[in-house]
Design a protein around this ligand. Structure first.
Ligand code: SAM
Ligand code: SF4
Length: 350
């Protein structure tokens, strides 16, 4: 039938039309399992069994933006705000390196307090003094000059999710910003030689399967090195508090289709996936994901980085979290990745 035909096509050529992506998104029952198996096969063939761990440091929860879905939005006056000093960021990275996390993701709200030169200095010291294998930035929309400075300071990768490929929905959910501007920045980051990460939120109010298909095709068009795909989780102190969360199964389907169309991309089993379901991350790894980003933010601050409630791993000690993650990886007959885990595209490999 149609599903089987489209799945076969997706496996072979990775060129699908929008209506074909929708056929895969409509998978039910055993079809979902078949989609997962296909994605897992592509992951194994192109990227092997390594699961890369990236330590994420959420260094500031101040944000000048007001995204309707996010708990860090500037209008959330109930949130206690914090900033890590450069010294605290470096100490956290050192601890993460000591625990066997060779790469670091620096994430924050859009916080102009960290000027481009200040952040550039932190990046330089992370790569130099601390010896971090690769630095990923995820600090939102900034100028070309800022991105250039950070790239020159040694930043390797940048995560800037496009969130939704529906321009009208984007403008509604991220007041004062546009999809076009977001995409322009992804283009700049590409020009500057970053490994580029995009991604979307699954289950946003007002999103359709057509939109999700457009999300996947956009990631393919951008030929991203990374894509973060996670479910929407309503936060009580946002305008979307009463909306239903994104569904586990739909998120897994989007992840699997992204894997089929982007065989070499690094796809994390996201924290949001682990938050909506206790086995979320494990399932993610079985539906095409090959990266996990454990939270390494120091405990006094970690609970204030409340993008959404109930974030997985909130109370755990970093050591215990890592042991549990490694056990989970081994139980799937997979291995913890070694080294910086760069995109295979830039290793001159596949
Ligand atoms: N401020 C930067 C930005 O927006 O790109 C980086 C930090 S932001 C908190 C990281 C990601 O959190 C966003 O790309 C968005 O996809 C995700 N996010 C925010 N609110 C969410 C929610 N309620 N449910 C799921 N994901 C959410
Ligand atoms: Fe700020 Fe990013 Fe949250 Fe939007 S998603 S409010 S830019 S932290």
């Amino acid at each position: 039938q149609e599903f089987v035909e489209v799945l076969k096509k997706a496996r072979g050529s990775h060129g699908l039309e929008r209506h074909e992506v929708i056929v895969l998104l409509q998978a039910r029952g055993e079809e979902v399992d078949a989609l997962g198996r296909a994605a897992d096969g592509v992951r194994a063939a192109f990227l092997g069994d390594e699961v890369h761990l990236r330590g994420i440091i959420e260094f500031s929860n101040y944000c000048r933006q007001n995204c309707l879905y996010c708990g860090l939005r500037r209008d959330n006056r109930k949130l206690r705000r914090y900033r890590l000093t450069p010294g605290e960021i470096l100490a956290t990275a050192r601890k993460a390196a000591g625990l066997g996390l060779p790469t670091i993701v620096l994430q924050s709200g859009e916080d102009p307090h960290y000027t481009a030169p200040v952040l550039a200095d932190i990046i330089r010291r992370l790569k130099g003094e601390v010896g971090v294998g690769a630095v990923t930035l995820s600090v939102g929309e900034r100028s070309f000059e800022d991105y250039r400075l950070w790239r020159e300071a040694g930043a390797d990768r940048y995560l800037l999710k496009h969130e939704t490929a529906d321009a009208a929905l984007f403008a509604r959910l991220r007041p004062g910003t546009t999809l076009q501007d977001r995409l322009l920045r992804l283009k700049w980051l590409r020009e500057l030689g970053y490994q580029v990460g995009s991604g979307n939120i699954v289950g946003l109010p007002g999103q359709s399967l057509e939109t999700l298909a457009a999300d996947i095709l956009l990631m393919r068009e951008l030929d991203v090195e990374m894509a973060g795909i996670g479910p929407f989780i309503p936060h009580p102190q946002t305008p979307l508090a009463k909306e239903p969360p994104g569904e586990l199964e739909l998120t897994l389907k989007v992840l699997a289709i992204a894997r089929l169309l982007l065989p070499r991309a690094h796809l994390p089993a996201t924290t949001a996936l682990g938050t909506i379901h206790p086995a979320g991350r494990r399932l993610g790894l079985c539906f095409g994901a090959n990266v996990i980003m454990p939270d390494t933010t120091p405990p006094p601050y970690r609970c204030y980085y409340q993008i959404y409630p109930g974030k997985a791993g909130m109370d755990d000690e970093m050591e215990a979290t890592l042991v549990a993650l490694k056990n989970m990886i081994h139980s799937l007959n997979r291995r913890v990745g070694r080294g910086p885990g760069h995109s295979p595209k830039i290793q001159g490999g596949m």
